[in-house]
Design a protein around this ligand. Sequence first.
Ligand code: FE
Length: 237
Amino acid sequence: MDLSNSNTAKNLADAFAGESMANRKYLFFADVARKLGMTDLAKLFRDTANQETEHAFAHFRLLHPELVVEDTATLSDAEKQALAARCLELAIEGETYEYQTMYPTFAEQARTDRDGGALAEFQEQEAESREHAAIFRQAAHRFGLLTQIENHHAQQYTEALHALSGVVPQAKAAGADPATQKWMCLQCAMIYDPVTGDPDSGIAAGTPFEAIPEDWSCPICGATKKSFVPYAEAVAA
Ligand code: FE
């Protein structure tokens, strides 16, 4: 039976999204509680987050019954390969949507909202709208950075999918020119590109990574400069 267009299939997808979000939200709250020294509360949030993951998985199993395996010992190698390929296809689909559609659209909207906020500030001189404009500017910047990261994820999944069918991945190497060598945050995969710099953090376009001040931090996750490694890109054979 094809459930793909039913309301229940849509509700399952929404429930999966909601439970997934609750999981990350509670982990965030657990981190807040931990920093406040409230270890019991942190544990409550963490335990509940784990339960939400189980709820999300239960919904996902119904959404993707083709991925449910009771006993992997009964699978042939070809069946195992087909399952892994299906996971990678779904992952690529998600990441591609994020970098091709979601983040570009969100970045454009944030830029429009920022302009609207700046205009309101000019008209009303409200500190609040100045604050909003700054948040929208940050959001536009972050959405732009995430576009690159999701593209990177999609590429990694695509390579893994190709590897399943025996395709040898293209050789990768860091470049030799600091003016074009990108660096990647090990914590969140933010990619620093010296060509564009990080103007929102005061790093001008054209600044090689090595020339960034040591107190600079990742604009996405706040990791220190030391958390970055040279980003290896595919080299022509
Ligand atoms: Fe980061």
